[in-house]
Design a protein around this ligand. Sequence first.
Ligand SMILES: [Cu+2]
Length: 182
Amino acid sequence: MTNSRARVLVVLGVVGILTFGTITAISFAQGRFSSGLTRTISSCGPNRPQGTIVHITLSDRGGGMMGAGNLIMVGLGASPDSVPSGLVTFIATNVGALNHEFLILPAPRDGVGTRAVGTDGKIDESSSLAEASASCGQGPGQGISPGTSSWVSLHLAPGQYELLCDLAWHYANGMFTPFSVR
Ligand SMILES: [Cu+2]
C-alpha cells in the first residue's frame, strides 16, 4: 500500500467514525434509542391542592382483550394510605398504558376486593363518595388517559374506605386498595 493511499483510507475511516457518531448522537437526542417503556407524565394537577394530599398511582401491564376470563395486570396504590379526618385531595396519576379512573367508597363489610362484579365487569358504584376520571381535570370525566392526572377533594370522616378503578374488569383483576381515615 502506498503512503498516499493509506492516508486516504485513514481519512475515510475518520470521516466514517465522525458520521456514525453524529447520527448516533442525533438519534439519542431524538429519543430513537429510548426503551419505549418510559412514559411522559404530564404535570397537570390542582392549582391549589387543599387539605391532605394523597397521591394515587394507577398502573397496568395490560393490553389486549378484556373479559371475564382474561387476566390483565392492573394496580392502584395510595401514598399515604392513611390520613387524619378532614379535607383530602386525591391526585390520581395514570402511569400505565390503559385508561383508568379513581373512585372512593366506604369499605365493604367483608373487606376490600370483595364487591360483586357484574357481567359488564363493573361493581355497584352507587355508594361512591367521589370520582376522579378526567384527563388533566377535576372530578368525573371520560377516563384518565395514560400519562395524565385527575383530582378530587372531599371531606372524609374516620373509617375504612376502598379506593378503586371501575373500568370494566379492572376491579376484578385487583385494581383496588384499602384506605383508612383516623
Ligand atoms: Cu383501571
